[in-house]
Write a protein that binds this ligand. Structure first.
Ligand code: FAD
Length: 521
């Protein structure tokens, strides 16, 4: 794959906005299915790792890793290097809101009467949040599943291939089987077989020399994209507008309505703007910035930015006792440590929570005073599905710009009575699971993270079976009434999910890319 070229092409077939897992999935699937198409990915953030999109935790040198994290933190990076695990600081009174490699939404004008999303965050770098994530890739179940997509199971399987997902790779971490056994005894009795306790499918791979590495957008791009002579990646290239041909203007779509004709992109290194002609534009700029770019381009369907949902998240920790002696596991501080077993408590309609049970390392943050066997301290994270409402939304301002010069964002967001009931239910279930595993680390009750901390924002460009005003795109991810304009990422997911969304987003990207490839064959 050509490295970030300094010059933009004048014309491509498909312009992809954003280089996270969803944008990368379009590049990969189209490289494989329609290699004749000229593809360009435009990424607002810098190149931080090699190959492009590589997870920062695979960077061996800690200083270089910290620099890569800072470089991902948008227009105003935080000054201090902080810890790098989503569960770090889970037990403090003031949990860290901003995770390394992310930056908080600049203008969250939360209304005093609303809950808001104080922890809403983004990443700006080649690879997007996929260069900083934890890699948990569960399949959705029961009401999480999008029921009008007959091919979803097939797309999920393909997404697992693209993301390099494996349920086996961490399954034999120290005490991982003991964690699953203890959870299973208490939680499995009323669950269907495929939704019982099991190892978490993870986007983690083992190298031939035995090292465990995180998979990110580098894995999704893959060699098929990197060696595609028709592909180019442009870092520090902010797309400021999707260009459209309106009704009655030349390149109008065959069905009537509007059609894309390209993008306007700003080279952030030279502060120059360029127009790039394209027949298809895929906007994969995350759940906050994808609707932002549509808004800035004058594409403003009723549902744009609405049905915003974040998964309320509770965390708790226990220490397992009465464990067999195991030899110590080496921890070189790179990639995934061998004590990183993750068990999965799948969402079901009867237990509408997604449980993620992570064995925490004993270092570098001591969680208890005495010596701990790695893998014996277990963090439990329980995610709830939000009560979906059109009123929960991201709105954009015409009179104010954000740090990138795009329309500033306002969040309107409330937790409903149903949400509070779900959080109470999750609290009960997390304590139940914790009791099955061991004893609490201290007497702190389960901690509810601030809204937005899940980093799983969905619904803002949601998919629908029909164009009834409650969705932005059709089942192929094409925006209703705008030929050639596709949306991608977690914002496309229309259901209330509790499970980590990236696998589903990549699956929907596979479906969208296949529809473009089919139209071009
Ligand atoms: P992103 O990865 O956010 O990428 C979007 C990219 O688009 C960004 O790089 C951005 O700079 C770029 N962009 C935006 N607007 C423009 C524009 N106008 N022009 C050009 N470029 C633009 N998810 C899971 O499923 N499982 C997990 O275990 C998990 N753990 C996580 C842990 C952490 C610490 C973090 C930070 C995230 C985690 N996530 C997890 C979330 C996961 O990373 C995201 O769901 C995923 O990266 C979304 O992919 P995406 O491609 O849609 O968006």
């Amino acid at each position: 794959m050509p490295r970030s070229a300094s010059g933009f092409p004048d014309e491509v077939d498909v312009a992809i906005v954003g280089s996270g897992p969803a944008g990368a999935a379009y590049a990969r699937a189209l490289s494989e299915l329609a290699p004749q198409l000229r593809l360009a990915v435009f990424e607002a953030g810098p190149l931080i790792s090699d190959p492009p999109g590589t997870h920062v935790k695979n960077i061996v040198d800690p200083e270089q890793r910290a620099r890569a994290q800072r470089a991902s933190e948008g227009p105003r990076p935080i000054a201090e290097a902080v810890s790098t695990d989503t569960m770090d600081d889970y037990a403090s009174d003031q949990p860290t809101l901003q995770r390394p490699g992310t930056f908080l939404l600049e203008k969250t004008r939360q209304r005093a009467s609303e809950d808001g999303l104080p922890a809403a965050a983004m990443s700006s770098n080649v690879g997007g949040m996929g260069a900083h994530w934890t890699g948990a890739c569960p399949r959705p179940g029961d009401s999480e599943v999008i029921d009008f997509l007959p091919e979803l199971t097939d797309w999920l399987g393909e997404a697992e291939r693209l993301l390099g997902v494996s349920a086996d790779v961490l399954a034999d971490a120290p005490f991982a089987d003991e964690v699953r056994k203890r959870l299973s005894v208490t939680l499995d009795h009323d669950r269907p077989r495929d939704r019982q306790i099991q190892p978490m499918p993870m986007a983690v791979r083992r190298t031939p020399d035995g090292q465990l590495l995180w998979c990110g957008a580098d894995m999704v791009f893959g060699d098929a994209t990197r060696t595609n002579p028709n592909f180019s990646l442009h870092a520090e290239a902010l797309v400021t507008q999707v260009l459209l041909a309106e009704d009655g203007q030349g390149e109008q779509s065959e069905q009537g309505g509007r059609a894309v004709r390209g993008v306007r992109a700003r080279d952030r290194r030279t502060d120059t703007e360029h127009q790039v002609a394209a027949r298809y534009v895929v906007v994969a700029g995350d759940s906050l910035r994808t609707p932002q770019l549509l808004y800035a381009s004058g594409v403003r369907p009723t549902a744009l930015g609405r049905y915003l949902n974040d998964q309320p998240q509770l965390v708790y920790a226990v220490r397992m006792r009465d464990l067999p002696d195991l030899p110590p596991t080496p921890d070189d501080g790179v990639g995934v440590t061998a004590s990183s077993g993750v068990a999965w408590v799948p969402f079901t309609d009867a237990h509408p929570y997604h449980g993620q049970v992570m064995q925490l390392d004993a270092s570098p943050v001591p969680l208890a005073d005495d010596d701990l066997a790695p893998g014996s301290v277990v963090g439990l994270g329980w995610f709830c599905a939000k009560d979906l409402r059109a009123e929960d939304r991201i709105a954009f301002r015409d009179d104010e710009l954000d740090g990138y010069g795009m329309p500033a964002m306002d969040i309107h967001y409330r937790l409903t009575e149903a949400d509070h009931a779900a959080i109470d239910g999750a609290r009960t279930e997390i304590l139940h699971a914790a009791a099955a595993l061991g004893e609490p680390l201290d007497d702190t009750p389960p901690l509810l993270f601030p809204a937005g901390a899940s980093l799983h924002y969905q619904g803002t460009v949601r998919m629908g079976a029909i164009d009834d005003g409650t969705s932005v795109c059709d089942p192929t991810s094409q925006v209703w009434g705008v030929h050639g304009l596709f949306v991608a990422g977690n914002g496309v997911i229309p259901t209330a999910t509790a499970c980590n969304p990236t696998l589903t987003s990549v699956a929907l990207a596979v479906g969208g890319a296949r529809s473009i490839a089919a139209a071009e064959s």
